[in-house]
Design a protein around this ligand. Structure first.
Ligand code: MV4
Length: 665
């Protein structure tokens, strides 16, 4: 029995590093994380048994520094390196260096990676193995006259692809022979600058393509199996957005054809480890066994591998570790069963309304549903509430993965999970994901790679602020809700002072301008909000984990979360943030601030002993703050004249201002 590693190094970050560490720890394997300066406080570092800094934030100075990664492995006694995906995971030079250092690369051989790295050689190899390859030309000749005549033979429209490209990079569609020469030139220039290699192949353009890929696994004893297929057609600019397994609408005949072709491909290159054979499928007339073709092979574990794990009940990272120490595949093909349906949604810190620009920001509030009716939920993430999404790396927040008995319930559960996900502090694609799950064509299984681009306008709707969100934010900010009706006679007085019901001031920034609201308690659960536009009545009830606010045109169930200088209202996958204006900060902002006296702790301003305009002496009592069941007298730190003083009865947060003195000038 070959001995399992006692310690491995994970040469990655974020959710995939956490995911690999989780399996290693379950198997009793020690874990070494590597991190850049920007990731020093990140989750994967906290999870690992030990961690090594490998350099500054830019990936070229850290996560791509093969030398430092190998050095870290040797220094910590790690026997093997898991590359995750991306970074160095498909870099044959890295594999060679790892092996040269006497370490094990948890993945395929450098030769397999090289064989699949160049699209033309990969296609020639697959053709020889009897795997269907997209009709086209992937030969050595690169002269224009040769390629143009091949394009004519193939029949327009054709696709010109850089052989060193992948994932859509270096790809050009040509609709007519008149455009071939010029398009070839531009494709070549792009390939040269992007990959340092301007060689291309020419293929028949497959209309209405679906992206269906087959997970394969090989060991070092000549075995290879498939773990069924995944449909990854919902992509935007070649970035996968939602993936699922099995492929909607696939027949047993189609599955048999695709999975046997995929296993044949793996065997053809004596593949070891986790791999994915990507096929492109012409779905113009549904899924037909004679209309799928090999596109490329990914020689790594993929982002979307959890959907395969959930329909097979297997742990692919465990399989990678076992195969890497020389074990045979844990199961035979017959023992790998498909159960149910799984779907994954990639949650990103990006702004769909601004063409999905990455949105950096701090995740002041981040909460996922722990369970879902009629399905299992699995969250893969590398961040926690309070973490900041770094601008240096992929702005992924998490992958939400759902498993359910069938596709319809998997999609329903995913929609349910998305609307229960709460994020405040950065823009996200959460609402976009929910719109996609609800999309008519998608939910009926009529998917293709162009769906998102075609329907983008209807999928990206401006974020709406639900009616009642602002009112809820104002009342929560007034802190009146923290004193629900109780039998404590003093508590009942909350909201009242000796002269009737009191307005609690709340200031919001709206369109960059401070707007003052007054909140008063009308009776138990009913509040009045007054502003320049008059008074508005609402009723608020506490509900499971959140609030239910009702009023004229308002019926909202929501939760709230504190964010810096503001409050977020979270409801059904939307997050509305409101900026709270601290009146004294305002004074500073408007440049007429004297020096300020701020609250040493959160509390209630029990009584105020002076007024604006009063001259006070050092040590004179200005107000009494009730906090932590005690009364704290706040005195003047020096002689001076009061410019502003907080209202008696106000609830103040720590560090918020209590008084402002006139400046000396
Ligand atoms: C194609 C194709 C149509 N016909 N090849 C995109 C990136 C790489 N995976 C190959 N890709 C395509 N190759 C032929 N002959 C359409 C695409 C394509 C695509 C494929 C799968 C998933 C998403 C896609 C988005 C745009 C184009």
């Amino acid at each position: 029995m070959t001995k399992m590693f006692s310690r491995i190094l994970i040469a990655n970050r974020g959710e995939i590093a956490c995911r690999v560490i989780r399996t290693a720890q379950r198997m009793g394997i020690g874990t070494v994380a590597v991190y850049s300066d920007a990731d020093a406080q990140s989750l994967h570092v906290a999870m690992a048994d030990e961690a090594v800094n490998i350099g500054p934030a830019p990936v070229t100075d850290s996560y791509l520094r093969a030398d430092r990664i190998i050095e870290a492995a040797l220094a910590t006694g790690a026997e093997a390196i898991h590359p995750g995906y991306g970074f160095l995971s498909e870099n044959p030079g890295f594999v060679d260096a790892v092996v040269k250092a006497g370490l094990v690369f948890i993945g395929p051989s450098a030769d397999s990676i090289r064989a699949m790295g160049l699209k033309d050689a990969a296609k020639r190899l697959m053709e020889k193995a009897g795997v269907p390859v997209v009709p086209g030309y992937h030969g050595e000749a690169q002269e224009l006259v040769v390629l143009a005549s091949k394009a004519r033979e193939i029949g327009y429209p054709v696709l010109i692809k850089a052989r060193a490209g992948g994932g859509g990079k270096g790809m050009r569609k040509v609709d007519s022979p008149d455009d071939f020469a010029e398009t070839l030139g531009s494709a070549r220039r792009e390939a040269k600058s992007a990959f340092g290699d301007d060689r291309v192949l020419v293929e028949k353009y497959v209309a209405k393509p679906r992206h269906i890929e087959v997970q394969v696994f090989g060991d070092n004893h000549g075995n290879a199996v498939h773990l069924y297929e995944r449909d990854c057609s919902l992509q935007r600019r070649h970035q996968k957005v939602i993936e699922e397994a099995p492929a909607p609408g696939i027949t047993e005949e189609m599955r048999a054809a695709m999975t046997s072709a995929a296993v044949k491909a793996a065997l053809a290159i004596k593949y070891s480890g986790a791999g994915t054979i990507e096929f492109i499928v012409d779905a113009t007339e549904g899924l037909k066994p004679d209309r799928f073709w090999f596109m490329e092979m990914n020689t790594r574990l993929q982002v979307e591998h959890p959907v395969t794990e959930m329909i097979t009940g297997l742990d692919l990272v465990e399989w990678q570790l076992r195969v890497a120490v020389g074990e045979k595949l844990p199961l035979t093909q017959k023992q790998i069963l498909l159960n149910g349906h799984a779907v994954e949604a990639r949650l990103y810190a990006e702004d769909p309304a601004r063409s999905f620009l990455p949105a950096i920001g701090t995740l002041h509030h981040l909460a996922f549903p722990a369970n879902i009716t009629n399905g299992d939920i699995r969250i893969e993430t590398g961040v926690r509430a309070g973490d900041t999404i770094s601008p240096f790396y992929d702005p992924m927040i998490a992958k939400l993965v759902i498993h359910a008995p069938d596709r319809a319930s998997a999609l329903a559960s995913m929609e349910n999970a998305l609307v229960q996900t709460e994020i405040a502090g950065t823009k996200t694609n959460l609402a976009f994901l929910a719109a996609l799950i609800r999309h008519e064509a998608f939910s009926s299984g009529d998917v293709d790679t162009g769906l998102i681009d075609r329907d983008l306008a209807s999928l990206v709707t401006p974020a709406i602020v639900p009616a009642g969100a602002k009112e809820l934010a104002i009342i929560v900010e007034s802190r009146l809700l923290e004193y629900p009706a109780s039998d404590d006679p003093w508590a009942a007085l909350r909201g009242y002072s000796h002269h009737g019901s009191q307005n609690y001031p709340v200031m919001l920034f709206e369109e960059e301008k401070p707007v003052r609201y007054g909140v008063c308690v009308l009776d138990d659960g009913r509040y009045g909000i007054s502003s320049g536009a008059g008074t508005f009545e609402v009723r608020i009830r506490r509900e499971a984990g959140g609030w239910h606010i009702t009023g004229k045109g308002i019926n909202l169930r929501a939760k709230t979360a504190a964010i810096p200088n503001g409050i977020a209202v979270l409801s059904r996958g939307t997050a509305s943030s409101f900026a709270i204006a601290d009146p004294f900060l305002l004074a500073e902002a408007t440049g007429n601030a004297g020096d300020r006296l701020s609250a040493p702790m959160p509390g209630l301003v029990k009584s105020v002993r002076v007024s604006a305009g009063d001259a006070v002496k050092k040590g004179q009592i200005l107000l009494v703050l009730e906090a932590m069941k005690m009364e704290h007298t706040i005195t003047a730190p020096h002689d001076g004249k009061i410019a502003e003083i907080v209202l008696e009865g106000s609830q103040v947060k720590e560090k918020s201002s209590l008084a402002r003195f006139e400046t000396g000038d």
